[in-house]
Write a protein that binds this ligand. Sequence first.
Ligand code: SF4
Ligand code: SF4
Length: 67
Amino acid sequence: MHSKWLNRKYFNTMAYKISTDCVACGTCIDECPVGAISEGEHYSIDPEVCIECGTCEGVCPSGAISL
Ligand code: SF4
Ligand code: SF4
């Protein structure tokens, strides 16, 4: 019961991640509904905040975002 939620919340096994392929275009940060993405040389996703909606993965022009 609630095992998927617990897994994500406490062990972070399924959060989306941004790789070094990120070119810091800024597209994903405006699309994230929960503000989980932070700016940087390579952008990053806070696994404690990400709800795994997948929106950022779909908008990234460099394919840098995946589970
Ligand atoms: S998967 Fe959704 S919630 Fe998670 S960082 Fe991407 S846009 Fe934000
Ligand atoms: S959309 Fe992709 S390339 Fe652009 S900032 Fe986000 S992760 Fe980086």
